[in-house]
Design a protein around this ligand. Sequence first.
Ligand SMILES: Nc1nc2c(ncn2[C@@H]2O[C@H](COP(=O)(O)OP(=O)(O)OP(=O)(O)O)[C@@H](O)[C@H]2O)c(=O)[nH]1
Ligand SMILES: C[S@@+](CC[C@H](N)C(=O)[O-])C[C@H]1O[C@@H](n2cnc3c(N)ncnc32)[C@H](O)[C@@H]1O
Ligand code: SF4
Ligand code: SF4
Length: 322
Amino acid sequence: MLQDSFGRRFYYLRLSVTDVCNFRCSYCLPDGYQGKPDEAFLSASELEAAVRGFAQMGTQKIRLTGGEPGLRSDLPEIIYRLNRIDGINNIAVTTNGYKLPQRIQHWADAGLNHLNVSIDSLDSSTFHEITGHDRLAEVLEGLAKARELGLTVKVNAVLMKGVNDDLAAVLTWLKQTPVTLRFIEVMETSDQAVFFRQYHVRGDDIRQSLLSQGWQPVLRDVAAGPAQEFWHPDYAGRIGLIMPYSQDFCATCNRLRISSLGKLHLCLFAEQGIDIRPYLQTGVPTSELVQAVSEYVQGKKATHALQSHNSGAMANLSQIGG
Ligand SMILES: Nc1nc2c(ncn2[C@@H]2O[C@H](COP(=O)(O)OP(=O)(O)OP(=O)(O)O)[C@@H](O)[C@H]2O)c(=O)[nH]1
Ligand SMILES: C[S@@+](CC[C@H](N)C(=O)[O-])C[C@H]1O[C@@H](n2cnc3c(N)ncnc32)[C@H](O)[C@@H]1O
Ligand code: SF4
Ligand code: SF4
C-alpha cells in the first residue's frame, strides 16, 4: 500500500483528462481558457495504464476532472476502461454540467457511479455572472437526470463573500433535494490574489450555524474527499464544507493527482510534478511505475503553504482539476 513519510495512505487518485474549459468562472478562468486546446493529453490507454499501476498500490477511487472533462469526446470510453480495473470500486466525474442532460446517460452506461457538479448559485442570474453561461436550468436538469439514473450526486459551490454565502437559500433547497451540497472556501492561486482577498470567507461560521441548528457530522470513509459533511433528520440533502485553511486539513490527505499531460503531483499546491507518461507506454512493466511512484511519494510535504500565500505552481485550479 502506497504510504508517505507521515503514514498517510493514498486511496484516491484524481485524473485531469484535459485542461481545456468552456466556462469562465470568476475564481478560476475569468478570461476563459488561454492555453492550446490541441495539447497531447493522456490517451484513454495511457490513463488505463496509470490506473492499473495505482490500483496495485491501493487506489480504490478515481475522479476524472479537468478543465472540463465533458469536453473529452472519449470520456465514456475512459470511464468504461477504468471501471473494469481490479481494485477500483468508484469512478467519479467533477463537471461544470455543460450539456449534462445529453451526456449523463452515456457516462452512466459506461459505469460512472458518482457525479459532482459545480453550481455556485441557485439563482440563475448569479450563476450566469459567475460562470459566464446562462445555463443553470440545463445543469439542474442534468443533475436530476443523474439522480434518476441512480448516481450519487454532489454539488460544489465556491463560497464567495456577499455573492453566494446565504445559507438559508441553500437549506431551503436541501430540504427536499437528496444531494450533498459542499461549500468550498475559495483558495488563493497566483492568478487570483486580488479576488481571494475580496471574496474569501471562512466556512467555520457556517459550520457553527449548522451545529446550532441540529446538523450532525457524518463519519468519513477512507477514500472520501476533504469535505466535512453534515446531515439533519428534517432534510433530504446533506451539506458539506471544504475548508483548506482550517487546522489539520492536510492530516487526512488520502489523494494524489495526475495532470492531463501526465505529471504526477503530490499536492494540489505542489511546485512541480514528475512526468510519468514514459511509464504508461505499451511494453513497459507496471512494476516500473509502481517503483517510481513509491519513491516519489516519500517527498510529499505535510501540508500546503496557503497560509503564507504560497500556491506553489498553481495559477488556477483548471490546470490540474482542483
Ligand atoms: N486544498 C485542497 N482542496 C481540495 C482537495 N481535494 C478537493 N479539493 C477542493 O474541493 C473541490 C471539489 O472537489 P471534487 O472534485 O468535487 O472532489 P471531492 O471533494 O474529493 O469529492 P468527493 O470524493 O465526492 O468527496 C476541488 O476542486 C478543490 O477545490 C485537496 O486535496 N486539497
Ligand atoms: C477546477 S474545476 C474542474 C472540473 C469542472 N470544470 C468543474 O468546474 O466542476 C473543479 C472544482 O474546483 C473548484 N475551484 C476552482 N477554482 C477554485 C478556487 N480558486 N478555490 C476553490 N475551489 C476552486 C471549482 O468550483 C470546481 O468545483
Ligand atoms: S471551475 Fe471548472 S468550469 Fe469553472 S472555469 Fe474552472 S475548470 Fe472551468
Ligand atoms: S492541500 Fe495538498 S496536502 Fe493538503 S489535502 Fe490538498 S493535496 Fe493534500
